[in-house]
Design a protein around this ligand. Structure first.
Ligand SMILES: [Zn+2]
Length: 328
């Protein structure tokens, strides 16, 4: 049976490969970039047999031998972006590039033991204990063998240039979704690879966790301003279709968060509440909602509450071991 093609050229010498994910969103786009005889892979997909087989078939289809992939450049540490870095480094011999702020997060993402600091943090923000017999879920248990990362060989810092044969990639540090998230700009082509920073249909998760940073939503909104300074004709996202107008989409995302900020501010007028209580009111929680989604909603809410707090619109205090917020 002929496999349906999962690779297409989206700009001269820049190929989009859609790799399957075992969870929603169900596809991640990675990008294969050719600069003369040298190729680079941007992001990796998750470490599943299905994804690796799809990747190998895609490379064969465009005539790129595995050994021609010399660089593996990743936007951030999440499993769908960095989860196959160990295997692809072994298969190709490529050198791996990642922002240094992502490195401790790679280690945390592999942990399968519930960390007491994390549990105390969840409790203090009002999250109920999980009723599953396994106790607190951990990323390591959740992703298991789907996450097979490697430590990077080279750091990626804001403004760095990475050469891919005769092409130049400029690193644009866009903290927010994660602290070390980077976008990649190809000035000669006016192409911007945006990872999870600027998705066409959904907004990425931005949450506050015990390991910081403390105001990631501010970082994220600043990063939405930052990408608008670049002259871009084609945006290549990690999820969803390629699109043209990066400024329009960045403004939409900024507006979305402004609305959420107002909405959350409204729920704590004259009434102190935990981040969990605010999340329960804002997000529509059905029964049987996976526990990790409940955590994500709570800590996304906390990111909004922290931004309001840093703007002196909200006061934070502790009451009986719980962190509460009230609008000023
Ligand atoms: Zn991500």
């Amino acid at each position: 049976m002929a496999m349906e093609s999962k690779i297409r050229e989206v700009a001269p010498g820049i190929y989009q490969i859609y790799l399957p994910l075992p969870m929603r969103p169900s596809i991640v786009n990675v990008y294969l970039v050719r600069g003369g005889d040298e190729w680079a892979l941007i992001d990796t997909g998750m470490h599943s047999e299905d994804s690796i087989a799809t990747f190998k078939a895609a490379l064969a289809e465009v005539g790129c031998p595995l050994s021609a992939v010399r660089k593996l450049v990743c936007t951030h540490h999440h499993p769908d972006h960095f989860g196959t870095s160990r295997t692809y480094k072994e298969l190709t011999g490529a050198e791996v590039y990642l922002n240094p702020l992502e490195v401790p997060r790679v280690e945390r993402m592999q942990s399968s033991i519930p960390m007491p600091e994390a549990q105390a943090f969840f409790r203090s923000h009002g999250v109920p204990a999980p009723d599953s017999p396994d106790g607190q879920p951990t990323p390591g248990r959740y992703f298991g063998t789907l996450y097979a990362p490697v430590l990077p060989d080279h750091p990626l810092d804001d403004g760095d240039t990475v050469r891919i044969g005769n092409r130049e990639l400029i690193v644009v540090w866009t903290p927010g979704h994660t602290a070390g998230h980077c976008c990649f700009y190809f000035p000669a082509d006016k192409v911007l690879i945006v990872g999870d920073h600027l998705l066409p249909k959904i907004t990425p998760h931005v949450g506050v966790y015990h390991f910081g940073p403390d105001n990631p939503l501010r970082d994220f909104l600043d990063s939405q301003q930052k990408v608008q300074k670049f002259d871009v004709e084609l945006v290549l996202p990690a999820h969803g279709a390629v699109f043209k107008d990066h400024r329009y989409r960045a403004q939409q995302i900024i507006q979305h968060h402004k609305y959420r900020l107002q909405e959350m501010h409204g729920t704590i007028k004259g009434r102190a509440r935990t981040a969990y209580e605010v999340a329960m009111e804002i997000f529509d929680f059905g029964q049987d909602r996976p526990y990790f989604q409940l955590l994500a909603a709570t800590f996304e809410t906390l990111a909004h509450l922290h931004l309001l707090m840093y703007e002196d619109k909200v006061r934070r205090f502790e009451d009986d071991g719980k962190v509460k917020f009230i609008s000023q």
